[in-house]
Write a protein of this length. Structure first.
Ligand code: UDP
Length: 330
């Protein structure tokens, strides 16, 4: 049997999950990716299929999870992760964050594995404290459209801490802020693929509200590096990993127009309910404890991401949605 450390990555065919698979393969791990492929896509990991240390399980972690053999690490990244997804598959979003985490914490106990869970800046809701430190408890509307995601993630954190405290489980919690890069789903409604997709299709760019709301975008390689360092650290409390470089959505649209050279214009559409007005991570802890901070500027990261979207087959540009999700709604 291989002496390599074995890691399970749920959501392994998704945007972040697939980049994590690449990183762990590069670090010399045996990687088991698990995904139910509602929002994940095998195209994100097909380059790994022939690798002797890569396995893929098509499975929904909201149901009992079985993985034969040893596991040293578990990373729980399975979840819908865009506001459009929460509206279309709200129950599934709640289930993967609650039933799913329960199954994986149980698996971690049996395997004596360290488990890292993907939490989110959404635990801060529409924040009244700026930038957001880990100590801020947040301002979340539990019954609004984002509630299914925000509360599932908050529950995940609570459940993970309870297993840490009562079962002595080795746990890590990362709060991920807006992250972008190659392999984002082009039509998931998130602002970056939305704008780049619109530019590539020759459509106007849709800014929601007056565009004065802010976000802080982290390039995926930086995000993955922060997550890897957190997993390997001995810090079990929640940690923000994100890029503090904050920008308004209107300025962001202008940057995309410049980057793509599109002659389309910016049009405004109504602001979705409970859309956070500002968001910026306080990364004091990540710097001090992990020696981590982002290295890739938005200009560099956007260029790489644009090249990726440009290289996709043209029909993907017009794929309006993911397929087959109806069968998962129970
Ligand atoms: N947004 C926008 N136009 C779009 C898609 C999104 O102006 O076509 C805005 C959205 O209202 C939000 C920001 O961009 O203020 C980021 O949205 P996203 O869905 O990417 O992520 P969020 O940070 O809101 O979860």
């Amino acid at each position: 049997m291989s002496a390599k450390k074995r890691v399970l990555i749920t959501g392994g065919a998704g945007f972040l999950g697939s980049h994590l698979c690449d990183r762990f393969i590069k670090e010399g791990f045996h990687v088991i990716a698990m995904d139910n492929l509602i929002t994940g896509d095998l195209r994100n990991i097909e380059h790994l299929f022939k690798h002797p240390d890569f396995e893929f399980y098509h499975h929904d972690v909201s149901t009992f999870v079985h993985v034969p053999g040893e596991l040293h690490y578990i990373l729980h990244f399975a979840s819908p992760a865009s506001p459009i997804d929460y509206l279309k598959i709200p129950i599934q979003t709640l289930k993967v964050g609650s039933l799913g985490i329960h199954n994986l914490l149980g698996l971690a106990r049996v395997k004596r594995a360290r488990i890292l869970i993907a939490s989110t800046s959404e635990v801060y809701g529409d924040p009244l404290v700026h930038p957001q430190p880990e100590e801020y408890y947040g301002n979340v509307n539990p019954v609004g459209p984002r509630g299914v995601y925000d509360e599932a993630k908050r529950f995940q954190e609570a459940m993970t801490m309870a297993y840490h405290t009562y079962h002595n489980l080795d746990t890590r919690i990362v709060r991920i802020f807006n992250t972008y890069g190659p392999r984002m789903r082009l039509n998931d409604g998130r602002v970056l693929p939305a704008f780049i997709g619109q530019a590539l299709r020759g459509e106007d760019l849709t800014v929601f509200g007056d565009g004065s709301q802010t976000r802080s975008f982290c390039y995926v390689d930086d995000e993955v590096d922060g997550i890897y360092r957190l997993l390997m650290s001995d810090y079990h409390l929640p940690m923000n990993i994100g890029n503090p470089d904050e920008i308004t959505i209107m300025e962001f649209a202008q940057e995309i127009i410049k980057l793509t050279g599109t002659s389309q214009k910016i049009i405004t559409q109504p602001l979705p309910k409970d859309d956070p007005k500002q968001r910026q991570p306080d990364i004091t802890k990540a710097k001090a404890i992990l020696g981590w901070e982002p290295n890739v500027s938005r200009a560099e990261g956007l260029k790489i991401t644009y090249e990726y979207f440009k290289s996709l087959p043209r029909e993907i540009l017009f794929e309006r949605d993911y397929k087959n999700f109806e069968k998962y709604i129970r």
